[in-house]
Design a protein around this ligand. Structure first.
Ligand code: SAH
Ligand code: SF4
Ligand code: F3S
Length: 468
């Protein structure tokens, strides 16, 4: 009998990937994807613990689900509520205590055990908790991914973190660093490409710390892995995220110089421009080290667009420390970036520091940093005006006739075509003439094919990749 499964995903791209894999594990049990919690037989919240706000969202969602579960019970049905991901790992017992409507809580390393957990939950009455870090790797026990991800697909190659930045929960929620063997990664990449992916994004909490076992008995770094994956016929674009400055090595830089499939965009979080704060964060590099790494990357790939993460108001951050962050941003010049107020997380060393920065200072610093980053982003987008770039279209836009894709630099690009052409363009990689650079996106027109050619069966050569 078919059952309805709704997975709601919070947090990073690793969680997006994991949600696909959970749905693969549950498919043999009869669970089919369902678009909302309404009428669902099972709801999984795949959660994020990175900042307090992220974690609190889960509890408010659980409140809403409680009412739906009760309604379903009154109608004679049953809704299983599960909490997965990093909140489950960090606060599993607390989740069951605060939200007794929850049937199952399980951490990111246990997804291969889901069938057993479901069986236990259906048998028993209380909540089932599994937050082990099992000896076996889930990757060896998960079924092959059946979930078609479409033209752009994620592939986890590395998980966990041994760096222990003093603000961060990830080493506790995801466990220690693990790299999948090269052969597994390549086989999965080939399957994804055969299934229609033109672009792959390799994922890892520290993706460039990748050190997977190669078939040649040697340990491969990320640079070598990227070059191997670039050899896959039919793959057009390759990306990876998230990288740590400490793990940018010569091989990775060289890959950017020579591999045309490797997109000229790199998310390289720096967090702060102050050496004092970087040290207190345990980042393991100075602001000057970061500048040098970026310079080497840009020498290898002059077109490289950079992105970063920043934390403002880390304990002990002075006005002068924050000014150093603004200076670093000015020097580097980012295409886009994410910035956050420091959020004290339970169990992390920085949360115990007595030098917490006031909320008012955090807000003020975040506003000025975001202003600067916003200006840089607009400047970067404006500089795209008049250029022609390849865009991989993967989703319909908000307005009728709009289709949205990504530039090589990860900018979101929208073009308007006759409405019936929109579905045909999904998965097409086409040259677009950029007309306007907006703050968060680019507007362009399809360069070499007029809309008429796309609409008719008489497609021009540039649309040959378009699935009918
Ligand atoms: N592995 C990546 C980042 C993973 S977490 C790296 O090392 O850079 C994603 C981002 O969330 C971090 O880069 C950081 O900017 C932010 N973040 C993590 N913990 C935080 C905290 N306690 N408060 C505010 N932001 C945080
Ligand atoms: Fe967190 Fe630091 Fe590890 Fe990134 S490197 S996941 S910020 S501990
Ligand atoms: Fe959040 Fe866990 Fe990812 S804390 S950012 S979901 S690794």
């Amino acid at each position: 009998m078919q059952k309805k499964l709704f997975i709601k995903t919070y947090g990073c791209q690793m969680n997006v990937y994991d949600s696909h894999r959970m749905s693969d594990v549950l498919a043999p049990l009869g669970y089919m994807p369902w678009p909302s919690s309404q009428d669902a037989d099972m709801v999984i919240l795949n959660t994020c613990h990175i900042r307090e706000k992220a974690a609190e969202k889960v509890f408010s969602e659980l409140g809403r689900l409680k009412a739906q579960k009760e309604l379903r019970a009154r109608q004679g049905g049953r809704m299983i509520i599960a909490v997965a991901g990093c909140v489950a790992q960090a606060e599993g017992a607390e989740v069951l205590r605060r939200a007794p409507q929850v049937d199952m809580v399980f951490g990111p390393q246990t997804y291969h055990r889901l069938p057993e957990l479901v069986a236990r939950s259906l048998r028993g009455s209380g909540g089932v908790l599994d937050t082990d870090f099992p000896l076996e790797s889930k990757f060896d026990h998960l079924p092959e991914e059946s979930h078609r991800q479409g033209p752009t697909a994620f592939l986890s190659v590395q998980e966990g973190c041994d760096k222990f930045c003093t603000f961060c929960v990830v080493p506790y929620t995801r466990g220690s660093e693990y790299s999948r063997p090269v052969a597994d990664v390549v086989a999965e990449a080939e399957r994804l490409v055969a299934g229609g992916a033109l672009e792959l994004t390799l994922l890892g909490q520290n993706v460039n710390a990748y050190h997977g076992a190669g078939a040649d008995g040697k340990v491969w770094g990320l640079g070598r892995l990227l070059r191997r994956i670039c050899e896959i016929d039919g793959l057009r674009r390759l990306r990876y995220t998230t990288s740590h400055p400490r793990d940018v090595d010569d091989e990775l830089i060289a890959a950017h110089a020579v591999e045309s499939k490797l997109m000229p965009y790199l998310h390289l979080p720096v967090q702060s421009g102050s050496d004092r704060i970087l040290e207190a964060m345990n980042r393991g590099h100075s602001a000057e080290d970061y500048r040098r790494i970026v310079e080497r990357l840009r020498n290898a790939a002059p077109d490289l667009a950079l992105s970063s993460d920043f934390i403002v108001g880390f304990p002990g951050e002075s006005a002068a420390d924050f000014a150093a962050t603004l200076r670093l941003v000015t020097d580097i010049g980012y295409a886009q970036a994410y910035s956050f107020k420091y959020s004290p997380r339970p169990g992390t060393p920085a949360s115990l520091a007595e030098t917490q920065v006031s909320e008012a200072d955090k807000s003020e610093r975040l506003a000025s940093l975001q202003m600067l980053l916003g200006e840089q982003q607009i400047a970067f987008n404006r500089a795209s005006e008049g250029r022609e770039m390849m865009v991989l279209f993967d989703a319909p836009g908000r307005k009728p006739g709009q289709i949205v894709g990504r530039s090589p630099h990860m900018q979101s690009v929208h073009v308007t075509v006759p409405v019936p052409a929109v579905p045909r363009l999904r998965g097409a990689l086409l040259p677009v003439h950029i007309e306007t650079g907006h703050p968060n996106s680019l507007a362009g027109r399809l360069e070499l094919c007029d809309a008429g050619a796309i609409l008719s069966d008489n497609r021009c050569p540039q649309t040959l990749g378009v699935p009918a």
